[in-house]
Design a protein around this ligand. Structure first.
Ligand code: CA
Length: 221
């Protein structure tokens, strides 16, 4: 049974949402306080969190961010004003979906189902052989981090931005050239050679970087 954590300080709304969630065969857990909810989620992660933005104490935005430090649990953020949604998107609050009050509980349940369906599908998908995490500036092969130089990482990250697209050496050079750093097209070849060696060492036979004769390189994922 999927537990749905409902963080809402209006008791009537919380009870109404809980009723609909229960009717959809989920198990609702209601919290009227952000800090208590965070604590409970940390101890026993639910399948999904419905999170009101305006809460006494720890508000929804702070809670969502605190949550993201340790969990990828799906979050539906509920706001009182539609303009808030734009602001939250801009702040990169970390929620998976947003809903504005007043909302129909039916609509909320439909969104919960859609998100859980999506999450179930992605859980069944195999982990990607090669994952380039540009935020953390690291590349993982089957979950194992590669030890790359900054230039090697830049070349790989550039290719990974558009898998399947051919990048010429000159284009890669442009993307790589910061300040007056002396980089030549031959250096690109050497970075690619090192990348291939390191990727092959981590996953023998994995050859995602293709040479396109006369043009450049392409990443096939
Ligand atoms: Ca509220």
């Amino acid at each position: 049974m999927n537990r749905i954590c409902i963080v809402e300080d209006e008791p009537e709304l919380a009870a109404l949402v809980a009723d609909y969630v229960r009717a959809a065969s989920y198990v609702p857990e209601v919290f009227n306080d952000g800090a208590l909810a965070l604590d409970a989620i940390r101890r026993a992660p639910p399948a999904l969190v419905v999170l009101d933005l305006m809460l006494p104490g720890l508000d929804g935005l702070a809670l969502c961010r605190a949550l993201r430090a340790f969990s990828q649990v799906p979050v539906i953020m509920v706001t009182a004003r539609v303009e808030e949604i734009d602001r939250l998107l801009g702040l990169d609050a970390g929620a998976d979906d947003y809903l504005c009050k007043p909302f129909s509980p039916r609509e909320l349940v439909a969104r919960i189902k859609a998100i859980l369906r999506r999450a179930a599908m992605s859980n069944h998908a195999p982990a990607p052989a090669l994952l380039v995490d540009t935020d953390a500036r690291r590349a993982l092969v089957h979950g194992q981090a590669l030890a790359l130089t900054p230039s090697e990482f830049e070349v790989l990250a550039a290719l990974a931005r558009r898998p399947g697209q051919v990048f010429t050496r000159a284009h890669l050079l442009d993307l790589l050239r910061q300040g007056d750093l002396e980089v030549t097209e031959r250096a690109i070849d050497s970075h690619v050679k090192n990348l291939r060696r390191k990727i092959d060492a981590a996953a023998p036979g994995l050859e995602p970087i293709r040479s396109i004769y006369g043009l450049g390189y392409r990443l096939d994922l």
